[in-house]
Design a protein around this ligand. Sequence first.
Ligand code: NAD
Length: 366
Amino acid sequence: MKKNIALIPGDGIGVEIMVQARNVLERISTLYNHHFYFDELLVGGCAIDAYGDCLPKRSLESCKNSDSILLGAVGGPKWDNQPHHNRPEHALLTLRKELGLFANIRPAKLFDELKDSSPLKNSILQNGVDFIVVRELVGGLYFGEHKIEEVDGERIGFDVMSYSVSQIEAIARVAFDIASLRRKNVVSVDKANVLSSSKLWREIVEYVSRDYKDIALTHMYVDNAAMQICRNPSQFDVILTENMFGDILSDESSVIAGTLGVLPSASLSNIKDLCKESNHKFGMYEPIHGSAPDIAMQDKANPIGMILSAAMMLELSFGLKNEALAIQNAVYNTLSQGYRTGDIMSEGKKLIGCKEMGEIICKNLV
Ligand code: NAD
């Protein structure tokens, strides 16, 4: 198989972990006789430094011409004083919008080997944790109008939260489709007791659910969902929610795994031109963490979330299930052999850096 992959290392640890993911993909291409062509692009703070622009035109065009995108992380204190439209994080919002990346899929899975890293008690974890947060990504509060106005001598900040029927329907279908491949259970999270956008959300999710008779649907308010994820995470299979609630709940869910460093994510597109073949889903794949400026360039980053993002890309975008499984097994085996980066280190395990973790995972790839 021949695929063009846009690589966006970004800033901070993004640069270090991307090297390891690329090595893993190169090893896969040798083992399975594929041809992956990489185009490394500047986006985020590094692009501001080079061109004064957080998302240069060439980077955006190359992303559009690729078969899929792998992203490290962008941002850092150096660029915190950039104007809103040129902040590194703004480049991500623009990429999501321009590429139609409307569905964010974040697994929250507890690796048996990392149970001790989880902040939750063993009694809560005994039934395992394996759920997916399906988050709407291009609507809601983050894409509404933002302004600060002076009213009667006092400054007031406004952020508009809105959802259309078609936006809700599209993301609900993704959640039900994913649930139909899993344990057939969707919990839709909203704040329908207060927000109009949530009332419409609930109505449309109910409407879509009629097409998925074998899937159990329940609704939960976001404050209760935040609590239930800590009290009884095993109850969840697929959580469907809007942009900001999903941002917060998926970060909370990731803590269950013990570290931000091991979890991948996918953002899938609904733009038909980008999904060139009928079985090809265009997506952007990235670990769930940020650029971790506190440990950047010290060889301390955990590259597993980035490497598992590459595996997710092979499976969801290119349909290469065996190759994805090979990467996942290599990661599990590396953890079983006792290798740990600092964020998941525990007594009796072997502390290694980002580079060595990537190398051992590559070695374990068969
Ligand atoms: P962060 O995820 O970068 O870091 C939070 C904590 O987790 C830090 O202590 C960090 O050292 C640790 N951590 C994160 N990833 C790790 C890994 N792979 N291995 C080991 N430890 C890891 O969140 P933050 O500190 O709030 O944000 C830092 C910067 O990243 C900010 O500029 C923020 O805007 C940006 N950010 C970018 C993205 C993205 O590119 N998608 C997402 C979130 C935050």
